[in-house]
Design a protein around this ligand. Sequence first.
Ligand code: ADP
Ligand code: ZN
Length: 190
Amino acid sequence: MLSIVPKGMGWIEVICGPMFSGKTEELIRRLRRAQIARQRVAIFKPRIDVRYDENHIVSHSDQRIPSLVVDTAQEILDLSRQHDAQVVGIDEAQFFDNDLVDVCEQLANEGRRVIVAGLDQDYRARPFEPIPQLLAMAEYITKTLAICVKCGAPASRTQRITPSKELVLVGAADAYEARCRRCYEPPENA
Ligand code: ADP
Ligand code: ZN
């Protein structure tokens, strides 16, 4: 598929799904292959997500790849240009604002391959910006599913198992679990 793309052509790939569905693993896999092919790769994550490590993207299965921490989408644009990255990887896209959509567009228009991973739904199972807009702009879309912890079915939803009503509550297995459509319980007052 990708080998027939003309040289210097950019595009956007989105990897989305609930927590524990392997988004970060898939992002790391694609970025490692680009590095093996000796492409210039720039990898970013938002400062809000320094749960496991400041200098790496880390999956729940403890795979990791070095990354830069940024506060804004604009920094992704600036640093990718500075490094003249051929491939740009972005994890936890839901922690950036909608400026990320424009930034990904510009990077792709400049001929870069942009790979974005993030949650497509929030804890209330509603579309979680900016991923929905990025899905509309992207050339390639991958939806990953986890395993429902209740019944073992493919899981598309993230169940918050703590009472917080914040949209953004950074946590992992202590605060969230993967659930299928049937086992997911919408939080009260959501
Ligand atoms: P994401 O980025 O989507 O949150 P990760 O790539 O960080 O996912 O982690 C995926 C890994 O999480 C799986 O390979 C598995 O080891 C682990 N895992 C833990 N709970 C689950 C679950 N309920 N379903 C699937 N994988 C799970
Ligand atoms: Zn289930």
